[in-house]
Design a protein around this ligand. Structure first.
Ligand SMILES: Cc1cc2nc3c(=O)[nH]c(=O)nc-3n(C[C@H](O)[C@H](O)[C@H](O)COP(=O)(O)OP(=O)(O)OC[C@H]3O[C@@H](n4cnc5c(N)ncnc54)[C@H](O)[C@@H]3O)c2cc1C
Ligand SMILES: NC(=O)c1ccc[n+]([C@@H]2O[C@H](COP(=O)([O-])OP(=O)(O)OC[C@H]3O[C@@H](n4cnc5c(N)ncnc54)[C@H](OP(=O)(O)O)[C@@H]3O)[C@@H](O)[C@H]2O)c1
Length: 382
C-alpha cells in the first residue's frame, strides 16, 4: 500500500506563492504619500490567520539597481556564486533574490575601509562613534560606496560574502478570513526618496508597487501576533488608534466583528495628512458607522490646517468618554509609527487617565501598567 506524502505546511522557510487579485492606489492626486491596497489569493494554501496577525513577504530587489551594482563592480552577473548553504546561483540571481543590496552591512563597510582610503568612513567606524556613523550612513547605499571608489575590486564570492541575507518584510493583515475567505488584504506605504543625487526605493514596498502583476507569485507566510488579538469576549468594547497604514489591522477587526455579529462597541481614531486625498477606506468606515458596527469614528488630518492635528489630539478632546470606555473594560489598541506617534499617544493616554480619573501622574502610570498587564493595552508599532 502506498502512502501519500504529508503536505508540508507553508511557513517563513517554505512561503506560499500567492497570486495578486487586486491592487489599487489609496492616496489620490494632491497627496504627498503613495499608499496602496492589495488583495492576494490564498486559495489552496491552507493558510489560516487571525485578525491582528501580519503577513511576511519575501521581496525581490529592483533589477535596475542590480544592473547598476554589477556595473560598479565591473562584473557581468553571469559569474557563479555559492551561498552559505552551498547552493549555487548566478551573481545576478543572487543579488536579485537572496541578498540585501541597498543598506550596507558592517562587513561591507569594513571591506571598503580595507580596500580604499575612505577617510570619513574609517573615522566613523570607531566603536565610540556609532551615532556619527549612523548619521553618515543615512541615505547612503552600497552602490554609492562602489561608485565613489571605482578602483576597488571584489571577486563575486567575496562581494556576496559581505552582504546580509534579504529579509522578508511584515505587513499587518487588513482583512478577515470570515469576510474574505482564502484572501489576505494589505495596506502598504511605498517608500521612495532621493538622497545624494539618486532616487532610492524601499525594497519590498516598491516590489509590490512596481514589479508584480497577476502572473507573479509572491512568496508569503503568516506571522502570528498573539499579543495583538481582539478581546476573547465579543461584547468587550475596543478603542483603536491607527493613523496611516496603522489602520490596517483595525479594518480587519471591524470586518471580523461584523462577521461574527459581535455586540462590543468599536471606536476608531484614524489620522492622515489631508482629508481630500489621504482618507483611505472612508466609504467603508462610514458605511460601517451607518450599520452600527463602528460606534464612533474620529479623524485627524494633520495638514488640512496650518497647525498639526494628530490622533492624540482627538483622544484628548474625547477624554471623558474614552476614560468611561476604559472603566467599562475596553481594550486599547495602537498600530503604526513607533518612532513618534505611539509615544505621543501613550503620553496622551496617561494625561486622559490622570485628568478623568482624578489621579496623580504616578497613579495614572500605574493604571496604564495594569491595562498592559491585563493585556488590554496592545500595540503593534513599527
Ligand atoms: C509588525 C509590522 C507590521 C507592519 N505593517 C505594515 C503595514 O501594514 N504597512 C506598511 O506599509 N508597513 C508596515 N510595516 C513596515 C514594513 O515591514 C516595511 O518596513 C516597510 O514597508 C519598508 O520596507 P521596504 O522594504 O519597502 O523598505 P526598506 O528597503 O526596508 O527601506 C526602508 C529604510 O530606508 C531608509 N529610508 C527610508 N526613508 C528614508 C529617507 N527619507 N532618507 C533616507 N533613508 C530613508 C531607512 O533606513 C528605512 O529603514 C510593518 C512592520 C512591522 C514590523
Ligand atoms: N521615522 C520617520 O521619520 C518616519 C516618517 C514617516 C513615516 N515613517 C514610517 O513610514 C511608515 C508608513 O507611514 P504611514 O504612511 O503609515 O503614516 P505616518 O507617516 O505615520 O503618517 C500618518 C499620520 O500620522 C501623522 N503623524 C506624524 N507624527 C505624528 C505623531 N507624533 N503623532 C501622531 N500622528 C503623527 C502624520 O502627520 P504629518 O505627516 O503631517 O506629520 C499623518 O497625518 C511607518 O512605518 C512609519 O513608521 C517613519
Amino acid at each position: 500500500m502506498s502512502t501519500l506524502p504529508l503536505a508540508v505546511p507553508y511557513s517563513r522557510k517554505n512561503p506560499f506563492p500567492a497570486r495578486l487579485l487586486v491592487h489599487t492606489k489609496l492616496t489620490a492626486e494632491g497627496s504627498e504619500k503613495e499608499t496602496r491596497h492589495y488583495e492576494f489569493s490564498l486559495a489552496g494554501s491552507g493558510l489560516q490567520y487571525e485578525v491582528g496577525d501580519s503577513m511576511g513577504i519575501h521581496p525581490r530587489n529592483n533589477p535596475q539597481l542590480v544592473q547598476d551594482l554589477l556595473e560598479a563592480l565591473h562584473l557581468s552577473g553571469e559569474e557563479k556564486v555559492k551561498n552559505k548553504e552551498g547552493e549555487t546561483f548566478s551573481l545576478r540571481e543572487a543579488l536579485m533574490v537572496h541578498y540585501e543590496i541597498t543598506q550596507p552591512s558592517k562587513q561591507f563597510l569594513q571591506a571598503m575601509v580595507e580596500r580604499s582610503p575612505a577617510p570619513e568612513l574609517r573615522e566613523f567606524m570607531q566603536p565610540e562613534r556609532k551615532k556619527e556613523l549612523d548619521q553618515y550612513l543615512w541615505g547612503l547605499e552600497i552602490v554609492d560606496f562602489l561608485i565613489e571608489a571605482p578602483s576597488v575590486r571584489f571577486s563575486p564570492e567575496e562581494f556576496v560574502s559581505k552582504l546580509r541575507k534579504l529579509q522578508p518584510r511584515l505587513y499587518s493583515i487588513a482583512s478577515s478570513l470570515r469576510a474574505f475567505p482564502e484572501q489576505v488584504h494589505l495596506i502598504v506605504a511605498i517608500v521612495r526618496y532621493e538622497s545624494h543625487g539618486r532616487k532610492r526605493e524601499g525594497v519590498a514596498s516598491t516590489y509590490l508597487a512596481d514589479r508584480i502583476d497577476g502572473n507573479t507569485r509572491i512568496p508569503m507566510f503568516v506571522h502570528v501576533a498573539k499579543g495583538f488579538r481582539l478581546p476573547e469576549d465579543p461584547d468587550t468594547p475596543i478603542i483603536m488608534v491607527g493613523p496611516g497604514t496603522g489602520v490596517a489591522p483595525f479594518r480587519a477587526y471591524l470586518q471580523e466583528r461584523k462577521a461574527i455579529g459581535a455586540k462590543g462597541k468599536n471606536w476608531l481614531f484614524f489620522g492622515e495628512q489631508r482629508s481630500g486625498c489621504d482618507y483611505f477606506y472612508r466609504d467603508e468606515f462610514e458605511s460601517l458607522q451607518r450599520q452600527g458596527v463602528l460606534t464612533r469614528l474620529h479623524t485627524a488630518f494633520s495638514r488640512d490646517q496650518a497647525h498639526k492635528i494628530y490622533v492624540q489630539h482627538r483622544l484628548l478632546e474625547n477624554a471623558r468618554e474614552l476614560y468611561a470606555w476604559l472603566q467599562e473594560g475596553a481594550h486599547f489598541y495602537v498600530c503604526g509609527d513607533a518612532a513618534r506617534m505611539a509615544k505621543d499617544v501613550d503620553v496622551a493616554l496617561q494625561q486622559i487617565v490622570g485628568k478623568e480619573g482624578g489621579m496623580s501622574a504616578e497613579a495614572a502610570a500605574g493604571y496604564i501598567e495594569t491595562l498592559r498587564k491585563e493585556k488590554r493595552y496592545k500595540r503593534d508599532v513599527y
